[in-house]
Design a protein around this ligand. Structure first.
Ligand SMILES: [Zn+2]
Length: 273
């Protein structure tokens, strides 16, 4: 799919930026793809084993590399079910660790069809492939402290849905999030002096609306802010992208928010659009 990625970048970011940064490639490859794009395409390698005739619609799409997306990977409800089933295995200590072996690596090397997109915190204790018991090519993951939405994050989510066929977007906050906690402390006038001259304030600004929305007298203001922050992210994704909104309204896509419990490993959905 290399030429496909290149074309889409030009369309999305404009020829000027793409020319200035010629090695950009969103999902696979980079400079190597640029070189490949200038050459005649080699014929696809033969598969190690024949596939059943009814199954390979998505794979055929990946190899044909059309200029537009193929069918969604799975129905949104099925995507949600897979995530929650994987989380249940993880919580109960029966993770299957699927799709992590060499054959899977080879299978997805030529193209990806992740069934879900996860926007979550960069926190080292919240790795999506582990907590949802998924593997290579299953999840399109965007991680940033405080799981906030900015243009780059939203563009990444749009790409995963429109071009890779993901049918579920989950904004996932987590218990005792340091980014949310730091924002609350800064708003209370107890910010860290070590954050002076950093960009941490810019991140906190994106989390501030959630912290301010916590009801007075909340039993656990930090946890309430974590859930509100994830809900806000889901709402911003919905409001900020007309193509995604259109897919939600036609039932092709779900955008949900959820909270991850650091203690027991459980993911609890909190809102869906
Ligand atoms: Zn966090």
């Amino acid at each position: 799919m290399p030429q496909f990625h290149r074309r889409r970048l030009l369309a999305v970011f404009g020829a000027g930026l793409a020319a200035a940064v010629p090695a950009i490639a969103f999902a696979e490859g980079g400079a190597e793809e640029e070189a490949q794009a200038a050459k005649p395409r080699p014929k696809p390698k033969a598969k190690p084993a024949p596939k059943p005739a009814a199954a390979p619609a998505a794979e055929a799409h990946a190899e044909a590399a059309p200029a537009h997306a193929g069918p969604p990977s799975v129905a949104p409800e099925e995507a949600m079910s897979r995530l929650m089933s994987g989380n249940a295995r993880y919580v109960e200590g029966y993770s299957a660790h699927p799709h992590g072996d060499a054959p899977r690596r080879v299978e997805v090397a030529s193209g990806q069809r992740p069934f879900a997109t996860i926007l979550t915190c960069a926190d080292s204790r919240v790795p999506p492939e582990l907590i949802f018991d998924q593997g290579l090519g299953d999840l399109f993951v965007i991680r940033v402290a405080g799981n906030v939405v900015d243009d780059a994050v939203l563009a990444s989510i749009e790409y995963s849905v429109i071009h890779l066929g993901s049918t579920l977007v989950m904004a996932l906050g987590h218990e005792r999030c340091g980014a949310v906690k730091a924002t609350a402390e800064a708003l209370a006038g107890k910010g860290s002096p070590e954050d002076a001259d950093t960009r941490i304030g810019a991140l906190a600004a994106l989390i501030t609306p959630a912290v301010r929305a916590v009801p007075t007298g909340s039993a656990d203001p930090l946890d309430a802010a974590v859930s509100l922050n994830a809900s806000h992210a889901a709402a911003e994704i919905f409001a900020g992208s007309r193509p995604l909104r259109t897919r939600v309204l036609s039932g092709q896509l779900k955008i949900v928010s959820a909270r991850y419990d650091l203690d027991d490993g459980r993911v609890t959905p909190t809102r869906q659009a």
